[in-house]
Write a protein that binds this ligand. Structure first.
Ligand code: BG6
Length: 662
């Protein structure tokens, strides 16, 4: 981290607390007994309260059909296992703050189609408004299924909620429609009662600091703007990997799939931020106009073009060593159709037909039950001409890459090549990195804080407008139509915990490109050698790993050979053969092998052969040696791990001696 970044971090920290609190209001939450309220909305309000950003003139009234009292509602939200104590995001829980906050909550049970219930709600809102001096402001939060939106709007009107002093604003949760037609209808329904500037459509990705920073990064730093176009950028990759499966949400997910659940909203929003033209100002509509223009420039495929540009996947079960099912496949999940054709993974190549991006493929990839959780955006620049290096050991150059780590790691990294010290001209990939945690002190937020906060201030920058939602559906619609008309024949086509289906790799390989895989510390920690290791060590190891492709039948490790490197399988299968050449195990995506080479000079005890085409990450002993020499403080931990997890007795002298040989 540079001096400047440190200074910047401390300015940010000092300025904490000088922001105005939310505007006073009563927040009326529909669907208040659901998951969203307890997991996200209430922890967000609690964060705002802890940071002095929630007005004292703020009260919450929850409503849903569940027949519970206000006391029960508050007790549930306060509970150890299903309330704030389980879901808050702060380092320490502040009971006093919470007691003050929950003291401002109440609840009223009733049905969304009962106008009398709405009249009672109005009386309560007015009473709370007087008690908390909110100036009549009301924030409606629709945390319900979209099918209730129309009825709720109608009854709010009938109960007279549109009259009176103060502002009325509505936050609407996703999904906003299930396709273009339903989104148009939903917009019509809501807009029949409210003006566009009263409607705040949430996409919680826009609440993430790292996503908001895309705009700040692009438009406050002049060095990248001249490069931000098809002259210098070869391709852009958006990768949203989830390790979770559908869990208890099978009923919802089976009607949705990843295109509706992640791409049409979260990923298209990030795409718009990264690729839009500079707005005239940071006014909400100036930004939203540019986003809408960008989404409207994305090429809309005909259904016939879809299979060439978009592929899908569905996860199958995972198996243990004995071949028994360890975890079920998607079709065996609760509330999922056993013949379901719903995609749990998708990868797409989009094109933006404007001057800036003409000819630059934009690749998107997202899925559930994958090998890691990680969202990153990779901007890959065009390669420098290698011809200049004729006559040197350099035969290939890597592309420069700018990587936005959105989550769980938050930061920005610039990858480039540097000369390895020594008499020969050899290159190695290195990085310059910025980590949020190192630069800023702020607590982790849920993403909803900024949403609620900006809505009370009437700032719609982070919310979607009807034209944006519709433009996003227009891109997704032919894909959904094609998939509906041609159910997948090859599902399930990827195993749980893998890097996704082969079709996703083929999509890029046809273009002569590859997905840029970002190995996360969590993935590296799957190997016992690195489990629980210091983050600095993990990061150094990740940077030192280099990709290698091996073809089917190729030997990766040979029995008896002296060991020099460790491998992580990115894609493909390898066979572990015993001394007599029998396959004793198959290793797949996400598995590691050969790590003993990093601890001791020993001959390999097995042979490993590629059973399919494999993409591997390799960590060479010489690179690990360099890391240990640069950070000798990690040597002790490596010795402990060798002892406890691999039953190898290694002394400090032996280890350092082993690593001084390179
Ligand atoms: C939600 C989707 O909108 O976003 C979920 O419905 C998904 O399926 C979630 O898991 C991902 O959000 P995050 O913030 O964990 O990346």
């Amino acid at each position: 981290m540079t001096e400047n970044a440190k200074t910047f971090g401390s300015i940010g920290a000092e300025s904490e607390g000088v922001d105005l609190p939310t505007e006073p209001c009563v927040m009326l939450i529909f669907g208040a007994t659901g998951d969203l309220t307890k997991r996200l909305l209430v922890p967000a309000l609690y964060n705002l309260a802890c940071d002095g950003l929630l007005s004292d003139r703020f009260a919450v009234l929850g409503t849903a059909t569940r027949q519970i009292t206000s006391e029960q509602f508050c007790a549930n939200l306060s509970s150890e296992d299903e309330g704030i104590r389980a879901f808050h995001t702060r380092k320490a829980f502040d009971a006093k703050r919470w007691d003050d906050l929950i003291g401002r909550f109440s609840y009223q049970a009733g049905s969304f189609d009962d106008v009398e219930h709405f009249k009672r709600l109005r009386a309560s809102v007015e009473k709370l408004g007087e008690q908390y001096k909110t100036g009549g402001n009301v924030l409606f939060y629709f945390a319900t299924a979209p099918r209730f939106f129309g009825t709720i709007c109608d009854n709010l009107k009938k109960a007279g909620f549109q009259q009176g002093e103060g502002w009325r604003r509505i936050i609407v949760e996703k999904p906003f429609g299930t396709d273009l037609e339903s989104a148009l209808k939903l917009n019509q329904e809501v807009l029949a009662y409210w003006n566009e500037d009263q409607i705040y459509r949430v996409d919680h990705y826009l609440g993430k600091e790292t996503v908001q920073n895309l705009l700040a990064f692009r438009f406050s730093n002049s060095m990248f703007e001249p490069l931000w176009n098809s002259n210098y950028i070869d391709n852009i990759q958006f990768n949203v990997c989830e390790s979770v499966d559908v869990g208890s949400r099978g009923g919802y997910y089976d009607k949705s799939g990843v295109m509706r659940d992640m791409m049409q909203n979260h990923m298209f929003q990030m795409l718009a931020y990264l690729c839009m033209e500079p707005p005239g100002s940071f006014d909400p509509d100036a930004i939203r106009n540019e986003k809408a223009k960008l989404l409207e420039s994305v090429r809309i495929y005909t259904p016939e073009e879809v299979p060439e540009h978009v592929v899908r996947g569905q996860y199958g079960p995972s198996f243990d060593d004995k071949g028994e099912v360890q975890k079920p496949g998607y079709r065996e999940e609760k509330d999922v159709d056993p013949q379901s054709s719903t995609e749990t993974f998708a990868a797409a190549r989009l094109m933006i037909d404007n001057w800036r991006w003409n000819g630059v493929p934009i690749y998107l990839r997202s899925g559930k039950a994958l090998w890691k959780r990680g969202t990153e955006i990779v901007v890959e620049f065009k390669k420098a001409p290698v011809s200049l290096f004729r006559g040197t050991p350099v035969t290939e150059l890597s592309a420069n890459r700018l990587v936005f780590h959105v989550q769980p790691y938050q930061g920005i990294e610039l990858l480039f090549q540097a000369k390895i010290p020594g008499p020969r001209l050899q290159l190695q990939n290195v990085d310059m990195g910025f980590q949020y945690g190192a630069a800023f002190k702020a607590s982790r937020y849920t993403g909803y804080e900024v949403m609620i906060y900006s809505c009370t201030h009437g700032d719609a920058t982070l919310f979607s407008r009807s034209d944006l939602v519709e433009a996003a559906w227009r891109i997704a619609q032919p894909i959904l139509d094609y998939w509906k008309a041609t159910p997948a024949q090859d599902f399930p086509n990827y195993t749980r915990n893998s890097w996704g289906p082969k079709v996703a790799y083929d999509l890029l390989e046809r273009d002569g490109r590859k997905w840029f895989e970002v190995v996360t510390p969590e993935a590296l920690e799957q190997t016992p050698l690195f489990k629980g290791a210091d983050p600095v060590l993990l990061n150094s190891v990740i940077l030192a790993m280099t990709p290698r492709t091996v073809t089917r039948g190729e030997f990766i490790i040979k029995h008896g050979e002296m060991a020099n490197e460790m491998f992580l399988i990115c894609r493909g299968e390898v066979e572990v053969l015993n001394a007599s050449g029998h396959c004793i195990r198959i290793l797949k995506d996400g598995d590691f092998f050969g790590e003993i080479a990093l601890i001791q000079s020993v001959p390999r005890t097995a042979t490993i052969r590629a059973a399919t085409l494999c993409d591997l990450f390799v960590l060479k002993k010489k690179d690990f040696s360099r890391i240990l020499r640069d950070h000798p403080q990690f040597a002790e931990a490596v010795i402990d791990v060798a002892n406890v997890r691999y039953q190898l007795t290694v002394t400090m002298d032996e280890l350092m001696n082993y690593h001084s040989q390179d």
